[in-house]
Structures are given as structure tokens and as C-alpha cells.
Design a protein around this ligand. Structure first.
Ligand code: A2P
Length: 320
């Protein structure tokens, strides 16, 4: 039986399902299957990015599900992102069109600026952020990039625009200096980094928070426990709450993130976990349980992007 997420109305009147499928690190050949299974499981919100290199697969999976009659185009909310190498306003429209062509789904629901930080234009290729070399930084002002993104709205091929990895000052500057308000700020958000202050700040501006790495990247912790904060997934306190509701720890974490007002986009390429992750809309945590979950907050990032610390627009030098 599919499970469906409820929707939130964004500040421009569009509706967005409050849980989506993340596709970062869906390996080649993996994304297409994951997206198809997700749609069958009830997901109606898919999050990808030019950087991930899987837009073509994501789009193909969606088109196949439309052809099968499982969904119509308007039933599904698709997000993709402008990569840092294309921040110069002269490149924004072309970058967008490339994503649109890759996805080939008529229009994009939400286009995000992936980071406030820009790189030197480096051909039309996806970049590997884990590559050992630090890309050449540039100082294109994200406000200028945003103005170029605003123009995309006139073309009718994108319904909403937003930002990602922006701190409160950067969000504030966009709101103050530009015409269109971002509908969301997609940031790392999980029990270890619960972003309560940024959520409140954005809420006051009628901007939602989308939560990436909502489970705290257990795969990173497994690989590198010294340099990765321990995810709450294996903690007995979470397991206790899970037992009460007959749910898994992953489901408790995702429910917590919904209960504190975010839109989580957990990634999974495993059918069982994928189904589990959206099956969180038949219960709600109590205030006391939310407090237990709040205690995991330690402000540590699994995605510190520390090799970018010298970028003029590095977002994580202030508290939130
Ligand atoms: P898999 O794709 O094998 O399910 P995040 O979204 O925080 O980045 O976490 C993604 C990682 O968490 C992936 O490695 C994914 O592996 C794993 N994962 C996804 N859902 C769950 C879950 N419900 N419980 C445990 N691990 C999960």
C-alpha cells in the first residue's frame, strides 16, 4: 500500500509534499530504480541536482511512471539545483535549460541555488565535490545569481525558486535586495544539527526549510567514524520511542523533522527503507519525545564543506 505525504503551501501558493526522495549518491543505474520504486510507494516529491549527474535517470523514471498511468506530471514535485560553476548571470539560463533537457519532464517545480558560493566556469560537466582538488573560487555575488534565477520564472518552465546551504544573513540579504522570495532554504538538518534557529528565522519570512541528510548520513559515519558525527539512528533513546509506535528509528527521526517544521528528503536506494521513510504520517511525537530528540543537537555538520572556508560566501562561519 502506498503512503502519501501531506503538502505545505509555499509563499507563492504552490504546494510541496512535506517529504521527498533524496537522490545524492544514488549510483549510476540506481537512481532510475529508486525513483520508480519511490513513486510506486507514494513519493510525489523527488530531489535531484545537476551536480548529482543523475537528472537523466530521474527524468526517465518519472516519464515511465507517467506512461504507465501511475502519475500525471502535475502529481509530482521535482526539484533540481544550479551548480556553483554557473553562478555568473550569463550562465544561469543555459544551466537551467540543461537540467530541464536532462530531466525532460516539461517543467521543473523548484530550482535551487545549490550553494551561495561560486566557482570559475568549468565547462558543462558535473563536478565532484569530493574531488581532492579545491575548485577555483570566484566572487560572483549570489544576489546577482538570484536575480538571474528570478528571470527564469518568466519563461514558465520553472514554478518556484529557492536556495540551499544559505545562512540567515544570506537569506536575509536576498529577501531585502531582491524581488522574489525563496520558497525554501534546503540545508543539512538532522537530530545532531536540528537547525531550530534557522527554521524560526526562515519561518518568520514565510520560507520553508528542506532537510537534507535527515538521517545524518549513516553511510559516511560507517566509512569514517572519526570525522563524522555519530548519527542518532543507532541510539537507544530513539529505539525506545520507535518501539512505542511500532516504527523504526529512521522513521522516528523523519517524523521529528516533520514535527519541527521541516521537509525531509531522505535518500535511499533500498526498497524496504524507501517505503519505511514515507510511512510516517500515521503518528506524531509528543512534546516530551520531541524534547528527547532535541537533546541530540550538537551543532556538528556531516557536510561542513571545510575546504571552502576561505570562500567569500562560505555560509557556515556564523552560528546559523
Ligand atoms: P540505503 O540507500 O542503502 O537505504 P541521508 O538521507 O541522511 O543522507 O542518509 C542516507 C543514507 O541512509 C543512505 O546510505 C541510506 O542507505 C541510509 N538509509 C536510508 N533510509 C534509512 C533508514 N530508514 N534507516 C537506516 N538507514 C537508512
Amino acid at each position: 500500500m502506498p503512503s502519501f505525504a501531506s503538502t505545505v503551501t509555499l509563499n507563492n501558493g504552490q504546494n510541496m509534499p512535506i517529504l521527498g526522495l533524496g537522490t545524492w549518491l544514488s549510483r549510476e543505474g540506481e537512481a532510475i530504480e529508486a525513483v520508480k520504486v519511490a513513486i510506486d510507494a507514494g513519493y510525489r516529491h523527488i530531489d535531484t541536482a545537476y551536480l548529482y549527474g543523475n537528472e537523466k535517470e530521474v527524468g526517465q523514471a518519472i516519464r515511465e511512471k507517467i506512461a504507465e498511468g501511475v502519475i500525471k506530471r502535475e502529481d509530482i514535485f521535482v526539484t533540481t539545483k544550479l551548480w556553483n560553476s554557473y553562478h555568473d548571470p550569463i550562465n544561469v539560463e543555459e544551466a537551467f535549460n540543461r537540467s530541464l533537457t536532462n530531466l525532460d519532464i516539461d517543467y521543473i517545480d523548484l530550482y535551487l541555488m545549490h550553494w551561495p558560493m561560486s566557482y570559475k566556469f568549468d565547462a558543462w560537466k558535473t563536478n565532484d565535490p569530493d574531488a581532492p582538488t579545491v575548485p577555483e573560487f570566484t566572487e560572483v555575488d549570489y544576489v546577482d545569481t538570484w536575480r538571474a534565477m528570478e528571470k527564469l520564472l518568466n519563461g514558465g518552465k520553472v514554478r518556484s525558486i529557492g536556495v540551499s546551504n544559505f545562512n540567515s544573513e544570506q537569506v536575509g540579504r536576498i529577501v531585502k535586495e531582491c524581488t522574489v522570495k525563496p520558497v525554501t532554504n534546503q540545508v543539512e538538518c538532522n537530530p545532531g544539527l536540528n537547525q531550530r534557529k534557522l527554521i524560526e528565522f526562515c519561518k518568520n519570512l514565510d520560507i520553508t526549510i528542506t532537510a537534507y541528510s535527515p538521517l545524518g548520513r549513516p553511510n559516511y559515519y560507517e566509512k569514517d567514524p572519526k570525522n563524522t558525527p555519530k548519527p542518532a539512528l543507532d541510539d537507544a533513546r530513539v529505539a525506545n520511542i520507535a518501539k512505542k509506535y511500532g516504527k523504526t528509528s529512521g522513521q522516528i527521526i523523519l517524523r521529528y523533522l516533520v514535527d519541527i517544521g521541516t521537509i525531509p528528503v531522505p535518500k535511499s536506494a533500498n526498497e524496504q527503507r524507501l517505503r519505511q521513510n514515507i510511512d510516517i504520517f500515521d503518528f506524531k511525537l509528543t512534546e516530551a519525545e520531541i524534547k528527547v530528540m532535541d537533546n541530540f543537537n550538537n551543532g556538528k555538520r556531516t557536510v561542513p564543506f571545510a575546504h571552502h572556508i576561505n570562500h567569500k560566501y562560505y555560509p557556515f562561519s556564523i552560528e546559523y
